[in-house]
Design a protein around this ligand. Structure first.
Ligand code: HEC
Ligand code: HEC
Length: 199
């Protein structure tokens, strides 16, 4: 009996040591950085930046991948498998870790006219076409807040892809965005992505 107690205490210690060892930093290096870059700073247009992303938004997305509710094609291909291996505690650690990283923005203005059009839409919207100012929710600096994502410095290709995803229902948690994109033309999407990637 005594031995059993000793063994279970020891096991408890090993398990808790293990959990502590898997810091956000380590999980990033082991599981995520190969695609998202070290600390969530990636220069590849294929993968979204995670550095500086709001922890609540991040956590919501990881859980949406894990429960398979965020179901756009690239989410199913790249994020369903890996998220299913993470516990709530690991997701929390990763969320705190990425939120604390400083985003290294690689975006540059490549089309000034388009950039200006994107800036106007983002900051003031377009009442005549029923387009809300994105800044009202995403913040003047596109930094987001809590469950609203940071968009500033995000990759152009990724932004364009997600705005198109919102026309359908593959991100059911994004009901607000589903309504908003209905008023956007392809040109608006190009302009918004050009503006945001260079923030
Ligand atoms: C094999 C490449 C790959 C790996 C490994 C990977 N990801 Fe991803 N991740 C992607 C791609 C591609 C997307 C974009 C999915 C989409 O288009 O919806 C993505 C999207 C995300 C998003 C959503 C971002 C947003 O702005 O909504 C989060 C959060 C995320 N990944 C976190 C992680 C974490 C944490 C890990 C490690 C545990 C990880 N990813 C590992 C490729 C990867
Ligand atoms: C009413 C508030 C609101 C407004 C206005 C709004 N958004 Fe959003 N947006 C959200 C929320 C909330 C989410 C996160 C949804 C989720 O959890 O999946 C989001 C998500 C996004 C994403 C996905 C980011 C990622 O990392 O995957 C993009 C891109 C985006 N919004 C762009 C815009 C643009 C461009 C505009 C203006 C045309 C806009 N939003 C206006 C609330 C808003």
């Amino acid at each position: 009996m005594k031995n059993l107690i000793k063994i279970s205490l020891l096991l408890g210690l090993v398990v808790s040591l293990n959990v502590n060892a898997e810091s956000g930093d380590k999980l990033d290096r082991q599981l995520c950085s190969i695609c998202h870059g070290i600390g969530g700073n990636t220069t590849s247009e294929q993968f979204p930046m995670l550095a500086g992303q709001n922890a609540i938004y991040f956590t919501n997305q990881m859980k949406a991948f894990r429960e398979k509710s965020r179901a756009n094609l690239n989410a199913t291909r790249f994020m369903w498998g890996i998220s299913s291996r993470l516990t709530d505690e690991e997701i929390d650690k990763l969320a705190a870790y990425y939120e604390a990283q400083t985003p290294v923005h690689s975006g540059k203005i490549t089309d000034k006219a388009r950039y200006d059009q994107g800036k106007a839409l983002f900051t003031t919207g377009d009442q005549s076409r029923g387009i809300l100012a994105c800044a009202a929710c995403h913040g003047e600096k596109a930094q987001g807040n809590a469950s609203i994502p940071r968009l500033g410095g995000q990759h152009e290709e990724y932004l364009k892809k997600q705005l198109k995803v919102f026309y359908g229902n593959d991100r059911p948690a994004a009901a607000a965005m589903h309504e908003i994109v209905k008023a956007l033309t392809d040109k608006d999407v190009e302009a918004l992505a050009q503006y945001l990637q260079a923030q």
